[in-house]
Design a protein around this ligand. Structure first.
Ligand code: XLS
Ligand code: NI
Ligand code: NI
Length: 435
């Protein structure tokens, strides 16, 4: 097979100021930042769907990209797998991610679809022997086919629930065999269009059972990776049940799975939910369910999930500051769930987009490390809560004191708290000085 990309040498680090668009300017995998290699901090992944499947359509126009593998058959799927690994090797990034339907066409029966997926899985396994790229996560597309138009796990028809479960089993088994480090569930159509035709309690029960089936299967096959739910508030449904991190946590508690499942937080989805990305990260950290990230950006004006490549290093720095402060990634990483704009037709645009994204992440990582190493910010927060370290405060927190006890103490000691400045503007100047 002739190469798809004109570029044949792996993308190299050339440093800031290089005029070569096909070189990293900041991302240096081996550079040590806070005692750890950049590559190991960021654990970046290339996604299959936006790069190799999306044809460039928008609501008013169809395909803009011409790719030799857009044939909808197994020959095209095999070619696509080869080009995918060609790109992974050029970029030298450590991970990739896929949906079952990204990698192989749907057959006439589920058995045939599963065989197609497994055949491409064998190509992946072979290519992974010679490539450094590993699988960050696999997932199943339970949202594209019309059978899922009213939901997968939350469909009113139990046969759809069963079909989705069978599809997930195949995708999980393949993810496990390929050494995937996580398995993702994004509830594409798990939500509703109108309450007029919806039994919400029934649908939430179904969703809880489905999640438990996934976790039971994970333990049955000995999959050591993390099960992740990816929150998103709307799109495609008017309302999605996995709206944001806090909503997912309530679903997990209802299903008894808060210690089994974590979240994959996407930047653009946080924005659609009316949150900042760092809000979602910090919420997940506080609830003990932080897992992984889909790194992209939304256009702040459009109100859609525009899935653009990240290009704002200070924004990324704040997010990575919260991630590093919380201990960094374990099985998770930064998956570029991002696509080209539909006018970016050239194969090299795929490379340039990832290179720019990686440099933004690397710059953000350096910024996050600067904030942590300087210590002003974390020190200020620690100091702000220092009163809670005293024994009397601890006794209020750990349940040793009742309302009566606390009220008596306030009277006896004449407690009369003096308000302290929150110093927001000062902290904002600290950030601007360091980033
Ligand atoms: C769509 C989601 C999807 C998930 C994987 O908005 O981001 O791409 O990441 O199903
Ligand atoms: Ni995503
Ligand atoms: Ni998205």
């Amino acid at each position: 097979m002739p190469p798809f990309f004109a570029q044949t040498d792996p993308i190299a680090f050339e440093g800031k100021g290089s005029a070569n668009p096909l070189a990293y300017q900041v991302y240096e995998p081996d550079r040590i930042v806070m005692g750890k290699r950049m590559e190991d901090h960021l654990r970046a992944a290339v996604c299959y769907w936006h790069n190799f499947c999306w044809p460039g359509l928008d609501p008013f126009g169809g395909q803009t990209f011409e790719r030799p593998w857009f044939t909808d058959d197994m020959a095209g799927a095999r070619l696509k797998a080869d080009v995918a690994f060609e790109m992974f090797d050029l970029l030298g990034l450590p991970y990739f991610c896929f949906h079952d339907r990204d990698i192989a066409p749907e057959g006439t029966t589920l058995a045939e679809s599963n065989r197609n997926v497994r055949e491409i899985g064998e190509i992946f396994a072979r290519r992974m022997e010679a490539s450094k790229t590993r699988l960050l996560w696999g997932t199943a597309s339970l949202f594209s086919h019309r059978r899922y138009m009213a939901g997968a796990a939350t469909n009113p028809d139990p046969d759809v629930f069963a079909y989705a479960a069978a599809q997930v089993k195949n995708a999980m088994d393949l993810t496990h065999e390929l050494g995937g480090e996580n398995y993702v569930l994004w509830g594409g159509r798990e939500g509703y269009e109108t309450l007029l035709n919806t039994n919400m309690q029934q649908e939430l029960d179904q969703m809880g059972r489905f999640l438990n089936l996934v976790v039971e299967h994970k333990h049955k096959i000995g999959f050591k990776g993390t099960i992740l739910i990816e929150p998103k508030p709307q799109e495609p449904s008017k309302h999605q049940y996995d709206f944001d991190v806090a909503t997912v946590y309530s679903l997990l508690c209802r299903a008894g799975l808060q210690d089994e499942v974590k979240v994959n937080i996407e930047v653009g989805h946080a924005v659609l939910a009316g949150h900042s990305f760092e809000h979602e990260i910090e919420t997940a950290m506080a609830l003990g369910i932080f897992g992984s990230c889909d790194i992209n950006r939304n256009d702040y004006q459009s109100g859609w999930d525009t899935d653009q490549f990240p290009n704002n290093a200070p924004e990324v720095a704040i997010a990575l500051y919260h991630i590093l402060k919380g201990g960094g990634f374990t099985t998770g990483g930064c998956n570029f769930d991002a696509k080209l704009r539909r006018q970016s037709l050239d194969p090299e645009d795929l490379l340039i987009a990832h290179i720019g994204g990686m440099d933004t992440l690397a710059e953000g990582l350096l910024g996050a490390a600067a904030l942590l190493e300087d210590g002003t910010l974390p020190g200020f927060v620690e100091d702000r809560y220092a009163g809670w370290r005293f024994p009397t405060a601890q006794r209020m927190l750990n349940g040793e004191m009742s309302l009566d006890d606390i009220a008596a103490r306030v009277e006896a000691e004449g407690i009369n708290p003096a308000p302290r400045s929150g110093k927001q503007e000062y902290l904002e100047t600290v950030i601007n000085r360091l980033l």
